[in-house]
Design a protein around this ligand. Structure first.
Ligand code: MG
Length: 247
């Protein structure tokens, strides 16, 4: 009998709890799927054209589009979205060339720059060691990836980014640090790491894809030693979308 009474008590408490937590229903989002963005996302590249992108000075992007893929070759320059954002969930897919003649930072170096300033490194880190805060998926110079989840060059890879921008005080100091969470090929490699700018001037900006070739004169390691300048590299992108957060 005592057991029955206890059961009735637990049931009643559960119903009361469920009733007290009622609230607005979450908006319905079609989650999409492979190659398809969620229904509430801003599509930045769906394979058809790169009209959502420009050069850094606002000219048409010099990356080319064919067969559903955007190809950015050394010399195209950094390419940026017309859209700017503050906090966002971002998905993108990339495919790196195999450059066995290069080493370390020289091998298929690109990057995704949040707000055009916080670089998530894109690099061929498959069986290619470099300093940890410069490896693929590093918040460059600040936070090494937890693990190396790289696929070999020639295979499509994914980044899923959750970024909360730092909030800036009027005097240029950081009011609230930002944060970065990153999944590389579905594997968690940055777990809510702090993002702190040297000088906090804005909490908004575009998404930028890096053309590492712009670092003309920088020493690049090759299989035969060290040379000047960046190699001729073409990095491919597809299925890029963003969902604004907290807006
Ligand atoms: Mg880079």
């Amino acid at each position: 009998m005592a057991v029955l009474q206890f059961g009735i008590f637990v049931l009643a408490a559960g119903i009361a709890c469920a009733q007290s937590s009622e609230g607005p229903q979450p908006p319905v989002v079609d989650p999409g799927g492979p190659g398809k963005a969620p229904s509430d996302a801003i599509v930045l590249f769906d394979g058809r054209d790169n009209s959502a992108w420009t050069t850094m000075d606002g000219q048409p992007s010099k990356c080319t589009v064919a067969n559903g893929v955007m190809s950015c070759r050394t010399g195209a320059g950094d390419t940026r979205t017309k859209e700017t954002f503050r906090d966002a969930q971002i998905h993108l897919e990339f495919n790196l060339p195999y450059e066995p003649h290069m080493r370390g930072q020289g091998r298929a170096n690109s990057g995704v720059l949040l707000h055009g300033r916080y670089e998530i490194q894109i690099l061929d880190s498959y069986k290619n060691e470099t300093y940890a805060t410069g490896a693929c998926g590093a918040l460059y110079g600040q936070s090494a990836p937890l693990v190396n989840a790289s696929r070999p060059p020639g295979e499509w890879q994914t980044f899923d980014i959750i970024f909360h921008a730092p909030r800036c005080a009027p005097d240029g100091t950081v009011e609230t640090p930002g944060s970065l969470t990153l999944l590389h090929n579905g594997v968690l490699i940055q777990d809510h790491v702090p993002v702190r700018p040297r000088k906090c001037t804005t909490s908004e900006g575009p998404l930028v894809l890096q053309d590492h070739g712009r670092y003309v004169g920088r020493k690049i390691a090759t299989a035969k030693g060290v040379t000047e300048g960046a190699p001729d590299t073409t990095v491919q992108f597809r299925n890029i979308w963003m969902r604004r957060l907290n807006q």
